[in-house]
Design a protein around this ligand. Structure first.
Ligand code: PLP
Length: 441
């Protein structure tokens, strides 16, 4: 049935408002999401979003950028402070966009890049051409995987050394770029342990901190730039407080190369309302980041222990399950990850399926994953602590292990959520976190 224009128009707003109500009553556990403060939301509906400012502040090829330049300069300054970096570029419009800029700066087509496979926690932007991954499809890079240790849930340092030195001995080409980091990153990666070897053989080291940027800024995770990474890419909206976006941090010596790799190579206009949003989010992070990041890691560890003690196979037990915001649970003995994802969604508990490092070996793929991924950063921002983690573990247990009626759970979840409607770790906290902001009269 075709709708009339005004029906389409009304329908869109009705769906938006329903979405807001749903999230007010749900438990948000997707590891790549967060809730911005009302202040960030105000910045992103400003007129900045309707302007063009190609180039770098004070070097624009457009007029009308007087205030935009000032905001972008403040934003870059705060990014450098947060990550103790010499250069910050806040223009990439997403984490993938930031990675493409880094590939552009440091590689040529057909070069080799080393990164984690997607099953082992890598991201599609590291992916091979045969899987339509970004590195392969967009930059024609050959991707070599890091050897991975399932029990440690981490890169295998010795096997990586052997892999590189084996290639040296047999005169095979070496990677030009090494990409640490990933989308399932419970433990710090061995940047310190491997940086010297990679540098000795002329490789550039990037660390993709899309997921853990807020924990790094809060001083609660490894500091890749101090440990030997040359450059770091981030998303601004996962553990950080920002609107969706990306950024690049590096040493000064790469500034000119990266600047050109962003504009004109891979970004035209750079979503200036989101630059304003990033600036507000970075100010919040400078002020509240340490307390927030500490609570995130504590909550993740608490939730992992609570799930484990209720019979869930949380991976990484040997190393205390997690040192970041994320945990990964092997549910393959219970049902497919996709099935569990759906049952939990019916109960208003929102998380996502995830491949386990050994899923491919068992013939499992995206529709049949053996795992689910859980992130606690958004719940932490809503003010939740140990007691709430325990309650969330119990809800998950009742849905997944006891098959309780989703309708009952939904009502209890809504009740549980009622006390957590405000954003914490922000300068202003009066407006509700998921309030639908109406601008129409
Ligand atoms: C989420 C993610 C990205 C992509 O970020 P977007 O902002 O969604 O483009 C890049 N790398 C890793 C490791 C990620 O998890």
């Amino acid at each position: 049935m075709k709708l009339t224009p005004v029906e389409y128009y009304r329908k869109v707003f009705s769906l938006l408002e329903q979405h807001h109500r749903w999230f007010q009553e749900s438990i948000p556990l997707i590891a790549s999401e967060n809730v911005p403060s009302p202040a960030v939301r105000e910045a992103i509906i400003s007129d900045f979003g309707n302007r063009y400012a190609e180039g770098f502040p004070k070097e624009r090829v457009y007029a009308g950028c007087r205030f935009i330049d000032e905001v972008e300069i403040l934003c870059m300054e705060m990014a450098r402070r947060l990550f103790d970096a010499e250069y910050a570029d806040v223009r990439p419009v997403s984490g993938v966009n930031a990675n493409i800029a880094v590939y552009t700066a440091f590689t040529q087509p057909n070069d080799i890049m080393m990164s984690l496979s997607i099953a082992a926690g890598g991201h599609i932007s590291f992916g091979k051409k045969q899987f339509s991954g970004t590195a392969g499809s967009v930059k024609n890079l050959e991707v070599e995987y890091f050897p991975f240790n399932y029990e440690d849930m981490n890169i295998d340092v010795e096997a990586t050394k052997e892999k590189i030195l084996g290639r040296v001995k047999t005169n095979q080409p070496l990677p030009k770029l090494v990409m640490f980091g990933g989308s399932v990153l419970p433990f710090p990666h061995p940047v310190k342990e491997l940086a010297k070897l990679f540098h000795d053989y002329g490789m550039t080291i990037c660390y993709d901190a899309a997921h853990v940027a807020g924990l790094i800024a809060g001083g609660q995770f490894q500091d890749p730039l101090k440990e030997g990474a040359d450059v770091m890419t981030i998303s601004t909206h996962k553990t950080l407080f920002g609107p969706q976006g990306g950024a690049i941090l590096s040493k000064e010596m790469y500034a000119e190369t990266l600047k050109k790799a962003v504009f004109p190579a891979t970004v035209s206009n750079h979503h200036l309302h989101h630059v304003a949003g990033k600036a507000v989010a970075f100010a919040e992070m400078l002020e509240f980041g340490k307390d927030y990041a500490e609570q995130v890691v504590e909550n993740a560890q608490t939730l992992a222990k609570e799930l484990y003690s209720r019979g869930f196979n949380v991976l990484g037990r040997k190393n205390g399950f997690t040192r970041s915001h994320v945990l990964i649970v092997d549910v393959s003995e219970i049902a497919y990850g996709s099935e569990i994802e759906r049952r939990l969604e019916d109960s208003n508990i929102i998380l996502n399926r995830n491949l386990l490092p050994y899923d491919i070996k068992y013939g499992r793929h995206y529709d049949t994953t053996g795992g689910i991924r859980i992130g606690v950063q958004e719940c932490t921002r809503l003010g939740m602590k140990a007691e709430e983690m325990k309650q969330i573990a119990e809800f998950i247990q009742r849905v997944v292990l006891r098959n309780e009626d989703p309708e009952h759970i939904r009502a209890e979840v809504a009740d549980f959520r009622r006390r957590f409607q405000k954003v914490h770790y922000a300068f202003e906290t009066a407006t509700e976190a998921y309030k639908y902001i109406r601008v129409r009269s």
